[in-house]
Design a protein around this ligand. Structure first.
Ligand code: NAD
Length: 457
């Protein structure tokens, strides 16, 4: 398999894909190794993850460069991803004690009865990951899963293979046994081979379309499954919001990581009373974004990791918007240079007949529309199959919380967007997924309870 540099289209590396016997063998080895890992003292498992953290710190620059070269993520954003990983690791290290501790829910001397919950690891976890934040979305699964005593078969995205291999090297160097964490290199076919193995849990991060295929592939086996899928995340800017601050924040939410975040802002509704002022400020911010070589520190918008596939989708969404009366205020076409660049694009005169306002865009394109009232904003924000995040900008917290309470989303933001915290569960509703990562529940999800009814003889 060739690894392509999306900023030039050139081949960066060639890697060997796992074949069917290799995938089956990986499962066997993981199955054999997992019980010893589960009975390894927690402190030893935790020390290994601490060493992993230290290696990430020590090698950040090289790891960031690898990520930037294969995914096209601007280098400052690659560094931020690695820095952000540290807080997540700290959270997991801290939380795992509480997660694995037995819980006594009844201790009755009179009845000589104790009821106790013991938490056991699931076993072997298949982790099929995305490329857009490989350290985050991978780490949200494999770190708590390893800490709680599971073995992992990790299939990095074919667009983030070198990072996937680097993760494996660092984990092994840190003391995680080779058979406890194994990387399976490849694309959809290798993912499908992995799903055919009798694993104990499937954790998938990717698009809704693939998520449905993953769910169908394992449905008959009743395997525990988590799906972290796409979104069409809306923002509503109220008439009392600070225009300049909100415009800068929302634009960043739409274009950070070149718009390739699951929780990227994908639709913006602005109260009509500030519509034209907001639009001017927003376009000014976007016009200021530097598009270019992702290794250059000044670059804010880089190339698209998925190359022509992503460029075609963006061009189609623009053409479709135009055909339905939409207007391109900025951008609208690919950037004439080698590699896979699309100009930051701002669409107005948009409505929900247009693909750009319904389908996940996952690129540097955003549609904005004025609204006349809070109710209209809520109706438009709710008009989607997705339910990942939504955000409201207003100085009035009570109003924001009221509006956010009416939305069927896993994450609600007041005066912020495109933000993930290790302390809060990350979960999508509707077509955005099933299950969760992060937060306390994102650690216990890799454990299963055994209920003990203990009566003194
Ligand atoms: P994708 O669905 O194309 O691929 C995801 C993974 O699935 C890859 O590793 C791929 O090789 C594998 N795969 C593809 N077909 C498969 C099959 N039939 N069986 C098994 N595995 C298969 O998604 P992507 O382009 O890597 O990621 C972008 C998508 O991920 C976006 O929709 C984004 O919103 C979503 N995402 C969601 C979250 C979240 O937390 N909700 C986080 C990051 C990305």
């Amino acid at each position: 398999m060739r690894v392509i540099d999306p900023s030039s289209g050139n081949t960066l590396a060639e890697v060997a894909e796992a074949d069917a016997p290799a995938v089956a063998d990986a499962l066997q080895r993981a199955r054999r190794a997992q019980p010893a890992w589960a009975t390894t003292p927690l402190e030893v498992r935790r020390d290994a993850v601490r060493r992993f953290r230290a290696l990430v710190v020590e090698r950040t620059e090289g790891l960031a460069e690898t990520l930037t070269r294969e995914v096209g993520k601007p280098i400052t954003q690659s560094r931020s991803e690695l820095a952000g990983l540290l807080g997540r690791i700290d959270f997991f290290l801290d939380e795992v004690d509480r997660a694995v501790a037995d819980r006594v829910v009844l201790a009755s001397a009179a009845d000589r009865l104790e009821e106790r919950i013991r938490w056991e690891p699931l076993g072997v976890v298949a982790n099929i990951s995305a490329w857009n934040y490989p350290w985050y979305v991978g780490g949200n699964v494999f770190l708590p899963a390893l800490l709680t005593g599971n073995a992992i078969l990790y299939k990095p995205s074919e667009y983030a293979t070198l990072t996937g291999l680097a993760i494996a090297r660092l984990l092994h160097e840190s003391g995680i046994p080779r058979d406890v964490f194994q990387t399976l290199v490849g694309g959809a076919e290798v993912g499908a081979l992995l799903l055919a193995q009798p694993v104990d849990m499937v954790c998938f991060t990717g698009s809704h379309a693939t998520g449905v295929r993953v769910a169908a592939a394992v449905a008959s086996r009743l395997v525990k499954m988590q799906l972290e899928l796409g979104g069409k995340d809306p923002v509503y800017v109220c008439e009392d919001a600070d225009v300049a601050t909100a415009a800068a924040s929302v634009a960043d939410g739409a274009f950070y990581n070149t718009g390739q975040s699951c929780c990227a802002v994908e639709r913006v509704y602005v109260h009509e009373r500030i519509w034209s002022r907001f639009l001017d400020a927003f376009v000014d911010v976007v016009r200021g974004y530097v598009v270019g070589d992702p290794l250059d520190e000044r670059t804010y918008v880089g190339p698209l990791a998925r190359g022509e596939v992503a460029l075609t989708l963006l061009a189609e969404q623009v053409a479709d918007a135009r055909a339905h009366g939409g207007r391109v205020l900025l951008g609208g076409q690919r950037v004439p240079r080698p590699g896979f660049f699309f100009a930051p694009t701002v669409l107005v005169d948009v409505d929900h007949t247009m693909r750009a306002m319904r389908e996940e865009t996952f690129g540097p394109l955003i549609g904005l529309a004025p609204v006349a009232s809070d109710d209209q904003a809520v109706a438009l924000m709710s008009d989607t199959q997705y339910g990942l995040t939504a955000s409201v900008y207003t100085p009035d917290r009570a109003r924001a919380e009221r509006l956010l309470g009416r939305l069927d989303v896993g994450t609600a933001y007041w005066n912020c967007c495109d933000r993930v915290s290790p302390r809060l569960p990350w979960t999508g509703r509707g077509a955005s997924g099933l299950g969760l990562t992060l937060g306390r529940e994102g650690v216990t999800t890799f454990l299963r309870p055994k209920a003990f009814h203990l009566r003194g003889g």
